[in-house]
Design a protein around this ligand. Sequence first.
Ligand code: FUB
Length: 467
Amino acid sequence: MKKEALNPYLPSWEYIPDGEPYVFGDRVYIYGSHDFYNGYVFCMGDYVCWSAPIDNLGNWRYEGVIYHKTDDPLNREGKMCLYAPDVTVGPDGRYYLYYVLDKVSVVSVAVCDTPAGKYSFYGYVHYPDGTRLGEREGDEPQFDPGVLTEGQDTWLYTGFCGAGDKSRTGAMVTLLAEDMLTVKEAPRLVVPGSEYSENTEYKGHAFFEASSIRKRGDIYYFIYSSQVMHELCYATSDKPDRDFVYGGVIVSNCDLHIDSYKPANLPMAYGANNHGSIVEINGRWYIFYHRHTNGTWYSRQGCAEEIRFKEDGSIPQVEMTSCGLNGGALAGEGEHPAYLACNLFTSQPSVYVGDDRFPKIMQDGRDGDEEEGYIANIKDSATAGFKYFRCKNIRKCSITTRGYADGIFEIRTKWDGAVMASIKIQNSNVWETYTADIDLPDGIYAFYITYVGGGNVSLKSFALLCD
Ligand code: FUB
């Protein structure tokens, strides 16, 4: 049965950042890192894979663990983490998984006969003399591989450029031979990092990490996370290894720059690093990216938005929503889990996650427990935004909350709009539901739910109800 597609698109208890989406056959597969709920560093898990039918993007299937961190000979003790991977289909039709472990600077490769079977360690990317890429004098450390195979050639894009580090010049591309491991052409710079972008078009949006590459028609789109981290930017070229021109920001995981519903410089979610890519699924194009939950950098979840290309090939920035892969607004009537909030903020704006005064999306239990997410740490002025919903005959609304708090939830259809309903809540040890009337002409709406009052409360869900 067709299910509505939501953001995050996987179950709320799953934490897959750095998602690289690919369509293989009639399914879309997502390859990402694997964070833990309440993780204390990035990427504590083994690689798992999820997939969905291309015509039912709300119906994701767990494919299981596709690679264990101890499968890499450098990591038999499991002390290193598997950072952001990418997958490409080699000239032999097999699926190749490229990744870098967090404490080394070489690119590992694993292989599998099917998109989401068990991958086996295959080797390290190396020069013809056997020296591993990243270990030769003058090599820049390898990080976040992005790969594209065309015929016998595989282009490998890597890099990480922290501010102040002049030893890292930018994102580099390396051409690999048919065996998927041997360097055929040495690394060359494609997009500069912040230390080398001063007099370039990349200034302010210099390369930081998260190399990803896609081709649309004859144009190569290099997607990357910029020096401010929350942005996924792109650059284009008609060649895979040179002449990339800065394109712009595709998505920011705090919605910075978007000015269609708020001032451009106002963050509307708690952002931090970002990583993802674009993909065409069933005739529509999307950007996959991740958001941050639990008030930390280490419990990230995959989201996606539909994008469009202008005639000149450029991609206008898209806003974060709760309904990205759905192809339109969600059905308004019914109960909506609070973890679908695409906006989360207080009267004190913050671009980055990590301040324990802010509200956060979290879950009960431990990582792996299939407990539905909710919003916690809601204090005076905290606002959660949800969009978009198709509403017809909606006459009442309700919210479900718990916690030590005594105040009012105000419901608006714009973050700075008029209050459409006020719902008084009380101290409660368990989830309690409170209802109010709302006068809502039929249409498509965003909902912003703001807490005004004392204490600290959690929001499980809101509901829109007909007469
Ligand atoms: O997930 C670990 C690291 O965080 C990735 O390798 C980077 O791209 C960033 O998302």
